[in-house]
Design a protein around this ligand. Structure first.
Ligand code: UT7
Length: 332
């Protein structure tokens, strides 16, 4: 039997309308456009402001965009895998809320690998498709990061934004396009440097945890930074070398968007020219599990069938990983 490859057949995305600029942030905390641009490289980010709306609503809009673009009936979808650190609720999984809102018969569940979530989910999804167990599946990275950002903490609040991106995966046996290889890593010792202190089973919510502002993102920025640059550069190099890719044969690098300086470091390690690197951090910030599909969505028209694409991520856990895929289609 021919080997089955999991192939991305389309990309959809959604970002909320509200634009939170560095100027507005400077009125909320002691910061400046100059500091944020120099240290992180973010000009503005999108925020979901509507009451009663959550991560699943962002995901639903991204998937509606995907279904419409790929002319796919929601009933054809077998499986929806949602990568998120901001689920609507602790349970049930956001993927279940998404399939319900879209009237799908698909099953679904969530994956949490921090900012690496989309790549980890896509790797997982590729195995479902390659096994023949599912024919059409959606991987969506969706985040309402604004729900866990402390807008009095200047070290964290400039970084994150809200958004969602989704891809449609299908099997293909030609072997000229699709997901070719990936490598995932995690090191739980990193939890100390990036986590949410309360709200889980270790420290359930209480008046004290709310008063101590422990339901927001806690980050030791420099420690995370040091690990991120090394791990992302190493895994990107590893996946390139293993697949015989160099700065000539590689067409696109899609890096997680945590800090422009981290992306620049990874690009320098690979000696990659700027025009091969997808960067949206300046206008969307760090949308955690949504950064990669949001990049694919914005660059979709530029990618060509057969292009060599590397995805590279780092996030809470710590988790990190790289993936090599051959882009499957041209967009008119
Ligand atoms: O996506 C998940 C993974 N996350 C990451 O990869 C994030 C990795 N970390 C980073 O990107 C950076 O560490 C940050 C952007 C979070 C921080 O940048 P930094 O260059 O590491 O700054 P720092 O934390 O070392 O702070 C330097 C100074 C401090 O002041 P002093 O102690 O030198 O007087 C901070 O208080 O900058 C100050 N500072 C700010 N100043 C103006 C911190 N935040 C701000 C701010 N505006 N928003």
């Amino acid at each position: 039997m021919d080997k089955i490859y999991a192939v991305i057949k389309g990309v959809g995305a959604y970002v909320p309308d509200y634009v939170l600029t560095n100027e507005e942030l400077s009125q909320m905390v002691d910061t400046s456009d100059e500091w944020i641009m120099t240290r992180i490289g973010i000009k503005e980010r999108r925020i979901l402001k509507e009451d009663g709306k959550a991560t699943s609503d962002l995901a639903v809009k991204a998937i509606e965009n995907l279904l419409q673009k790929t002319n796919t009936d929601p009933q054809e979808i077998d499986f929806v895998l949602c990568a998120t650190v901001t689920p609507d609720m602790q349970f049930p999984a956001t993927a279940n809320l998404i399939t319900h809102k879209l009237g799908m018969k698909a099953f679904g569940f969530d994956m949490n690998a921090g900012c690496s979530g989309f790549l980890f989910a896509l790797a997982n999804a590729s195995k479902w498709v390659e096994s023949g167990a599912v024919k059409k599946m959606i991987v969506v990275g969706a985040e309402k990061m604004s729900s866990i950002v402390d807008y009095t903490d200047r070290a964290v609040c400039p970084i994150f934004g809200d958004g969602a991106g989704a891809v449609l995966l299908e099997p293909d046996t030609k072997g000229d396009v699709g997901i070719m290889d990936f490598q995932l890593y995690s090191n739980g010792d990193g939890w100390k440097n990036l986590h949410q202190k309360a709200g889980g089973s270790l420290k359930p919510p209480s008046h004290e945890t709310v008063d101590a502002r422990e339901h927001y993102i806690y980050q030791e920025g420099q420690a995370v930074y040091k690990h991120a640059v090394i791990c992302m550069a190493d895994v990107t190099k590893e996946i390139c070398e293993r697949n015989g890719l160099d700065n000539n044969s590689l067409d696109w690098l899609i890096p997680h968007q945590a800090n422009k300086r981290i992306i620049d470091f990874v690009a320098q390690t690979l000696k990659l020219p700027a025009e091969k690197i997808m960067i949206n951090i300046d206008h969307f910030g760090n949308t955690t599990a949504a950064t990669l599909p949001l990049c694919m969505w914005e660059w979709e028209k530029k990618m060509k069938k057969g292009d060599n694409v590397i995805l590279s991520v780092f996030g809470a856990g710590f988790t990190w990983g790289g993936m090599y895929l051959k882009w499957a289609y041209d967009t008119k």
